[in-house]
Design a binder for this molecule. Structure first.
Ligand code: PHE
Length: 341
């Protein structure tokens, strides 16, 4: 029986040693020390041993029981400690790792184009002027020679706030505001970038979009000055070999008036899908300031003349970057916006 005890001891110690988890250790404990465990069974069968051997075997078996219990406990404790340490290792912050870079952001493509337009005209001696988005009917129409009931008001389906106030349909009211502010001093040379609003909504029209207005008033300003200014603008914006074309048009606040085209930036003027085979792309409206507008704004049309133009920023950005749908500018899709960094 002593041999059996020795065998059992070796076996149990080996299993404790091998146990890899707290669960396995528990199994070993049950296997040897549990109610139906092997050591327990051996102790129970002590009665079958010769009477003179019983005290020795009993003592040894009980001692072994204690030793095994202690060995299991020690192992349990060390496993607990290991586990804790493992967690600690996992959660430890490695201060030598590089930080997460903050993504710095960038300008919106419309802001980039707006800035480019501004730069070009600032270089020509223009100053930046601003007017309100909610504009009076007087500045938006009346002072620009568009009287009530004039059919030209229909060209720009508008958002009215009250019968007298509306969201401006163009940046042209800033022409009047800038002249009123400066009159009778000369020259006036301003550009007016800003938001404008019309009741349109499709792939090439948004109810809110951006324009940049230009105005120059002085003695002896001619149509040639307008043309030269616009040609320089087109070349700065779209490339040195740009051509422009002026077509007769109508605006109540300019006379004569023109629609201005640039040679198609896709085909260079040969004719393609983008320019509908014409070789030209319309980019802005312009003209000589109407004498009545000069007078309303405080200048004597017999002494001074001026030119004005207005361009759509989205239109220019779409042409320059080859963008087919204007709504992309306003949908805040980073996959689109990140392409302009
Ligand atoms: N305000 C006109 C428009 O929005 C453009 C324009 C501005 C035309 C200045 C002539 C002179 O269509």
């Amino acid at each position: 029986m002593l041999d059996k005890l020795k065998e059992l001891e070796d076996e149990a110690r080996g299993k404790i040693e091998e146990a890899n988890s707290l669960d396995e250790l528990k199994e070993v404990k049950v296997l040897y020390l549990g109610k139906k465990g092997r050591l327990t069974a051996l102790l129970r069968s002590l009665g079958s041993a010769p009477p003179e051997d019983r005290p020795v075997i009993g003592k040894k078996a009980n001692a072994l029981r204690q030793e095994l219990e202690q060995a299991i406990e020690r192992k349990e404790k060390s496993m607990h400690d290991e586990q804790k340490k493992g967690k600690w290792e996992q959660e430890r912050i490695d201060v030598t790792l590089p930080g997460r870079p903050a993504s710095p952001g960038q300008k919106h493509p419309l802001t980039m184009i707006n800035d480019e337009i501004k730069e070009i005209f600032l270089g020509l001696g223009f100053q930046v002027a601003h007017g309100p988005d909610i504009e009076s009917e007087y500045y938006n129409f009346e002072a620009l020679n568009i009287p009530a009931d004039h059919p030209a008001r229909d060209m720009q389906d508008s958002f009215y706030i009250t019968p007298q106030f509306l969201l401006r349909t163009h940046t042209s009211p800033v022409q009047i505001r800038a002249m009123e502010k400066r009159a009778p001093k000369l020259p006036v040379r301003v550009i007016a970038p800003g938001k404008v609003y019309r009741r349109d909504d499709d792939a090439t029209h948004s109810p809110m979009f951006h324009q940049v207005e230009g105005l120059a008033v002085d003695r002896d300003i001619t149509f040639a000055d307008l043309k030269g200014t616009l040609l320089l603008f087109a070349r700065e914006m779209f490339g040195a070999d740009q051509k422009i074309r002026l077509r007769p048009s109508f605006f109540p606040f300019t006379e004569p008036s023109a629609e201005v085209d640039i040679s198609c930036i896709m085909c260079g003027g040969e004719g393609c899908r983008v320019c509908s085979e014409t070789g030209w792309l319309e980019i802005l409206g312009a003209g000589m300031v109407h004498p009545r507008v000069l007078q309303i704004a405080g200048y004597n049309p017999r002494e001074v003349t001026g030119f004005a133009f207005g361009m759509g920023v989205e239109r220019i950005a779409m042409l320059k970057y080859g963008i087919g749908d204007l709504r992309l500018f306003f949908s805040n899709d980073l996959r689109f916006l990140k392409q302009f960094s």
